[in-house]
Design a protein around this ligand. Sequence first.
Ligand code: FAD
Ligand code: 2HG
Ligand code: ZN
Length: 469
Amino acid sequence: MHARDLIGGLSHLVGEAGVIRDPADQSPYLRDWLGRYEGRTPVVVRPRTTTEVAAVMRLCHQTGTPVVPQGGNTGMSGGATPDGSGAQVVLSLSRMTRIREVDPVNNTLTVDAGVLLADVQRVAHEAQRHFPLSLGAEGQCTIGGNLATNAGGTSVLRYGNARELTLGLEVVLPDGRVWDGLRGLRKDNAGYDLKSLFIGSEGTLGVITGAVLKLSPLAPTRAVAWVGAHTPAHIVALLTHLQAAFGQSVTAFEMMSAACLTIEATQRDDAPALLRGTHAYYALIELADTQDDDLAGRLRQALAQATQAGTIIDARVAEDATSAAMMWRAREGISQAQVRGGKTIKHDIALPISRLAAFIDEADATVAARFPQVRLINFGHVGDGNLHYNALLPLDIPDDDFAQLATAMNRCVHDIVVQRGGTISAEHGVGQLRRDALRRYKSPVEMDLMLMIKRALDPNQLMNPGKVL
Ligand code: FAD
Ligand code: 2HG
Ligand code: ZN
């Protein structure tokens, strides 16, 4: 089908307001958040309902048109960016923003896929409930994108990742059929777990149009602390100490190396909440509970014990909500600071928590020897064994040199991760960034199983081609 006829057909299905034809208006949909990938499209199509998504997918199926689903376009692996062919339609869910049902008795919230994560959190809160998925991009990313990438974030330690927070799904299949799996059930073993298959499939198997999300009770008492330590091994020891003392109340446990805070040191406004001295590593800890039995005081005591025992060097418990927010800002600003500070080589890895410290020792030494020109920016969700073991290079490094260095460094770091029983993709997805690495590290059996699933669900290879597999 000629592109003009395709665009006409799509506009007939979703209305003129639902198609973006003008290249200037399309541009925010064609470049990823990190500015690493840029593609082309004949049209960005923005349906408002599942019925419209189904009609779009039917037309694309009939015409052999490839489709790239997109939510808030905050992904970090290039998964939502079309390629340069100009043949792939971008299917944006951003106009599907309906809250379908709040069920406080079942503790569930049913939403369209295009609802922003921050809006899901807000609606849950208005119902006196908590939706615990939390990440730096929550004001821009959509629940559909969160599920498609099986997003993690800062409270996985206590509540699990996006998959564990989802009870039901609605998915439009590549041929336009709708699978209505919007069940709010906590037990459902009737057949294969299709929901889990679509979650984390990064738009390569179908379009997620709706979800039933699991809510938790509010845990209004919070205690937040900022800690300095000599090494990652000490930070891990602190995690064990706090989990023994506070159990499930340990909600977030994040680590960052000193370099993470110095990327844009001159622009910092959070310094008053952090520690006075500088330390090689820091941890940000959040405890949360349903009742107030001096959580902050008990945390202060536990941290004093850890200081006395030599596990950490210094600690500060936030005195109020403002200092707690400053501590979180210091942590969550790292991604944006990297974008401003240079070109970043990303590693989104996970290892068993017991092996994290030894991994960092080996990787730091190897990187220093082989890639002395990079500046390591190592931070992440230590409570989940997940590190963003990134490297920063000057903004003016030529693209070819950067690409060569990134390939060599990715290979070096991933080899160490895999040798130590870890994964090369923890929470950001594979997208196009880690597609080759996936092939390198997955066994032939695992690759074969994934390709069989892909062929069964998307025999014409129209769903997000070039991503994941
Ligand atoms: P997009 O970027 O639009 O898409 C991501 C992938 O999902 C693509 O493959 C796309 O094709 C697919 N997709 C999107 N919507 C659908 C749909 N409805 N159906 C099928 N496929 C779909 N991620 C974490 O896990 N943890 C973090 O802590 C975290 N912090 C971040 C902080 C910042 C500042 C930024 C910019 C990003 C962060 N991310 C993090 C990455 C990103 O925000 C998440 O991966 C998020 O879940 C992506 O949602 P999105 O709506 O922006 O998806
Ligand atoms: C975070 O944990 C995000 O802040 C982004 O997952 C990580 O910038 C990154 O690599
Ligand atoms: Zn992260």
